[in-house]
Design a protein around this ligand. Structure first.
Ligand code: ZN
Length: 161
């Protein structure tokens, strides 16, 4: 394939994640997929590191665009924001957070608070198969994730039980 016709990693990542979100909405909502919850809740602060995950950022961006969750601001200032996200389909509640300057990394997370959906998707695994993976100053251990194709990453996220 000529170089200029190759999809950029970002475009390819978003196309794959868009397909993942379509699969979730066709089956109800994302909340029934534990692997989805695993990836959107990745937070470098839990791991004493400084990084962001392209899959985490991409999924959260698409969830907002698709308006799958009702959002309610808890706290917002110039360096951190937090919101409760309530699923419009099943009523599950998640905690969204963002911070940049203080923590030296611009990253978001979406952590489950109360999940109402019955699990439809397969259980999470480690290492996590990721296509976009991590970037930042202090990355997680290579044991934590595995570089795979965008199709394999989408397969991991949509695998049923
Ligand atoms: Zn839901």
């Amino acid at each position: 394939m000529p170089e200029q016709n190759k999809p950029s990693p970002t475009r390819e990542l978003f196309a794959a994640l868009e397909g993942v979100i379509e699969t979730y909405t066709a089956r109800g909502c994302p909340c029934g997929f534990p692997r989805f919850l695993q990836i959107v809740s990745i937070d470098c602060m839990d791991m004493n590191a400084l990084f962001a995950c392209r899959e985490t950022e991409g999924l959260i961006k698409l969830l907002r665009e698709h308006d799958l969750y009702d959002t309610q601001i808890i706290e917002a200032d110039f360096q951190t924001e937090t919101e409760y996200w309530t699923c419009r389909t099943c009523g599950s509640r998640l905690l969204w957070g963002w911070s940049d300057a203080v923590k030296k990394i611009d990253r978001q997370y979406l952590k489950p608070v109360v999940i109402q959906a019955s699990p439809l998707g397969a259980d999470p695994a480690v290492p996590i198969p990721l296509f976009g993976g991590f970037y930042g100053e202090k990355l997680p251990s290579s044991r934590f994730w595995l570089q795979v194709s965008s199709a394999e990453m989408a397969q991991y996220l949509t695998q049923l039980r």
